[in-house]
Design a protein around this ligand. Sequence first.
Ligand code: BF8
Ligand code: SF4
Length: 632
Amino acid sequence: MGNCHNLSNQCLINKAEDENIDLVWHRYEKMLPLCGFGEKGICCRICMKGPCRIDPFGNGPQEGICGANADTIVARNLVRMIAAGTAAHSSHGKEIAKTLMQVGKKTSKSYAIKDSEKLRAIAKKMNISIEGKDIYQIAEQVAYESLKDYSRIEEEPCTWLSNSITPPRLEKLEGLGVALNNIESSVADIMSRTHLGTDADPINLLLAGMRCAIGDYTGMQISTNLSDVLFGTPEPVISEANLGVIKKDAVNIAVHGHNPLLSEIIVDVVDEMQQEARAAGATAGINIVGVCCTGNEVLLRRGIPMASNYLSQELTILTGALEAMVVDVQCIMPSLAKIASCYHTKLFTTMPEAKIPGADHFELHDENAVENARKIVKQSIEAYKRRDPNKILIPEEKSQIIAGFSTESITNLLSKIDSEKPLRPLIDNIVNGNIRGVVLFAGCNNVKITQDYNFVHMAKKLLENNILILATGCGAGAFAKNSLMNSEATNKYAGESLKAVLTMLGKEAGLDAPLPPIFHMGSCVDNSRAVDLAVNLANELNIDLYQLPVVASAPEVMSEKAIAIGTWAAGLGMPVHIGLMPPVGGSPLVAEVLTSGLKDIVDGYFIVEKDPLEAASKIIHVIEEKRAALNV
Ligand code: BF8
Ligand code: SF4
């Protein structure tokens, strides 16, 4: 098995090579060299006169056949990426809102309200009167008002935007015309204005892109908050991460994708089917493990261990011990079907908009969700009997993690120190410099970077410099897998003053050890939780978000959703580090706007830096600048 130590994940890559199976890294190698025009964003396929491409060296064409230049083409391509990201995130939120509507109307067969306290708090935040209403009536109205954010005709900002950002930020976004009234029309607007022969002004296009990205943010607020109502608001929970969570003697089922509507039901039905699994010979019963953001959702709410983030999703099947992979939407490699066919593993798709050739499709609707979830688990138990023991290789690597840091759970914890003003202890420690600042790590893995490398190396340097880290999405997955989300990580990597604060908080939390130095806040849509925390801090201090020593980072950025997130984070005033240049290199104008001009308009901007230690230094510098401006 070539050179692999301690049954590490690398052993599975070697195993794939021995078995002639191509993984994401092999397919990447075969794709090299990547198309230079595409990488720079100067290839246009918007009409059939083309495709056109601009010569980046200035020798060949500088205009497409219609006359569009590099600036127009790059800006159009970029905002179309933002629109796709926004569509993905916000349709997730819409599904959740529609489910809450059904629960409110008492027509749901599969779902219920788990956190009525949060539902009431949301109603209050949305200015919905709850006088004399039962929780179903409140749920129906909250769902109705949330769905209006997808369909409003009136020119007022979306409810979930105006109720979740600081007043000066709202004013600023309104002044720029980017405080949108309707999430879906902001996506349609991008598609319409980027049609051949419409918007050719790169700045006007970028502003529309910002407006759409603010829609992405709004959809995330809906996704996170309404999911909490249906499935519970996360509380700190102890679990494990990395491929070592797959058990040799269990029926292993991975849940993968993004939408908790499916995975929650699977987790529910498993309990009643444990006996059946044991009877089939799986002495450890059924073991659910998570992949990508669905994994984050069930980790935070149910303590389900996390097997993998994006880039290593195929390796879960290579273990030879995965009976089924159940997927919903987004970030699911189509390659899974082919790889599963080399093993006994079943691949189940569950959403009408996400089918994969070679997978078994069990659509999960409200009326049949439980029934179909049982069928999926039953077939997984059947698959266990077809396992080939000679093909099993489960890496030993796994780390203990403490996850579940919702805004509410952090505030509850802090209120043990100051019940009147719970945020005060955090603010005091930022002001006195025990915590120099906060970095929110988000975003993906990218095959162009050794998986998790940038996350891990940046985090260690930032922690050493007493910077607290929040994490979501595959960033959180990277830290979870690499043992950076437990108490030992605080002792090992946090600077002295940060360690002291986390130790004090750990005591308050009833732990005999410090809190982890990186707070796992959930899936990518849960970036809204980090914003909520920052907005609460800013409001308490009577300042705007951009003044806080807070920076966002996506060091292994990859998906269109991540581009949308980065754009709104800048729009909310945050400096945003990305570890790879997005496809804008072909337009120095667009690149300049994103990395500098944007700052004058919305305070936030992009910092592009591939080297993790250099990136951490740049972030530390920005944080110190922000502190100096605040006089702390
Ligand atoms: O929404 S971080 S690779 S899994 S896009 Fe995808 Fe990127 Fe992972 Fe979650 Ni987010
Ligand atoms: Fe070429 Fe213009 Fe058509 Fe794009 S829109 S493919 S630049 S002719």
